[in-house]
Design a protein around this ligand. Structure first.
Ligand code: PGA
Length: 249
């Protein structure tokens, strides 16, 4: 059975005090224990959050990492550093990183490799822009992103990855892909993986949907057969809505 996952991507929001207050609210709520809950706060919060989350079922994710283990890379964080403060998952290739930091799937493949090498799990993001969808290029865009970013891995390594499909036009816009649109792409991603690695691998990889997920639409998305949970942005900044999304399976 594939793991059901709800991951909150806080992006560059909330200072440490605000972040701790939100985390405490989430910890005080009854989070769904059948679902893996992951929180990706700004990197500067990770160390304190690690202490706050010991003895809880919530896992910590980083929003990015560097592909090298150490060295003269001013401003960057290595996977080893993230691991040393309790990080278990790393979001790789979010569309905001692809757009604003010029990250492409080939360079992201090096980050994926480094995350895997350190025994952490990548949450690898893919998704098309509005223009790519309107031009009928979305399937090709997504298969390229998946192949270039992940297909250097062997089967066991790929099984440690989580994929997140996030149509760029649905991120932070209030515009959600319909369950049919999302399911169609999730199924396509699973088939793309199956072609390369076989059904066993494809059937065991969790594929999350991201893009304006909220309590009002989570259930119909999460009941689609190939959607195994969500990567949540805006709605993860409110304890009540984040917890409600986790209850939507
Ligand atoms: P959103 O963001 O839920 O605010 O659309 C999702 C994401 O960027 O991961």
């Amino acid at each position: 059975m594939r793991q059901k996952i709800v991951a909150g991507n806080w992006k560059m929001n909330l200072d440490l005090n605000q972040g701790k207050a939100l985390l405490l609210e989430i910890l005080d709520s009854n989070i769904n224990k059948d679902t893996l809950t992951i929180i990706a706060p700004p990197a500067i919060h990770l160390n304190s959050f690690n202490q706050m989350l010991s003895h809880t079922s919530i896992a910590l994710a980083a929003q990015n990492c560097h592909q090298q283990d150490s060295g003269a890379y001013t401003g960057e964080l290595s996977v080893g550093m993230l691991k040393s403060v309790g990080v278990e998952y790393v979001i790789i290739g979010h569309s905001e990183r692809r757009e604003y930091f010029m990250e492409d799937s080939l360079s992201l493949s090096f980050k994926v490799n480094n995350v895997i090498k350190h025994g952490l799990r990548p949450i690898y993001c893919c998704g098309e822009t509005l223009t790519q969808r309107q031009e009928g290029e979305h399937f090709r865009t997504i298969s390229n992103q998946i192949e270039q970013g992940l297909f250097q891995l062997n089967e066991m390594e790929l099984l440690n990855c989580i994929v997140a499909y996030e149509p760029v036009w649905a991120i932070g816009t209030g515009e959600t892909a319909s369950p049919e649109q999302a399911q169609e792409v999730h199924n396509f991603i699973r088939k793309t993986i199956a072609k390369q690695y076989g059904d066993m691998v494809a059937d065991n990889i969790s594929i999350l949907y991201g893009g304006s997920v909220k309590p009002a639409n989570a259930k119909e998305l999460f009941t689609c057969p190939d959607i195994d949970g969500g990567l949540i942005g805006g709605a993860a900044l409110n304890a009540e809505s984040f917890v409600a999304i986790g209850d939507s399976f």
